[in-house]
Design a binder for this molecule. Structure first.
Ligand SMILES: [Ca+2]
Ligand SMILES: [Ca+2]
Length: 96
């Protein structure tokens, strides 16, 4: 999904990726949600630290079910992000 391999996901890259698996309108909604939740400095890109911060900030608020839903969402975003989230979830499961 990271088409230009700069280690960040732009809004356009996300939209392009999601458009391959769902309708344009649904893709737009998904991307808006991801940008709103993860792009904390609002520069239009999601980088690794923002992704990790979003995951860690929410771990106290999210139930395991919601975490699982977030996991499924990001499962479609990127294999790399997916692996990071798997590790994070593994740590959370151990703590709980
Ligand atoms: Ca990129
Ligand atoms: Ca950003």
């Amino acid at each position: 999904m990271d088409k230009n391999n700069d280690g960040k996901l732009s809004r356009a890259e996300l939209l392009e990726g999601f458009s391959e698996t769902m309708g344009a309108t649904a893709a737009e909604i998904e991307v808006e949600r991801i940008m709103a939740n993860c792009d904390t400095d609002k520069n239009g890109h999601i980088d690794y630290s923002e992704f990790i911060n979003a995951t860690i900030d929410k771990r106290k608020l999210l139930s395991k079910e919601r975490l699982k839903a977030a996991f499924q969402l990001f499962d479609r975003v990127s294999v790399v992000f997916n692996n990071i989230l798997r590790m994070t979830m593994g740590l959370l499961m151990l703590k709980n």
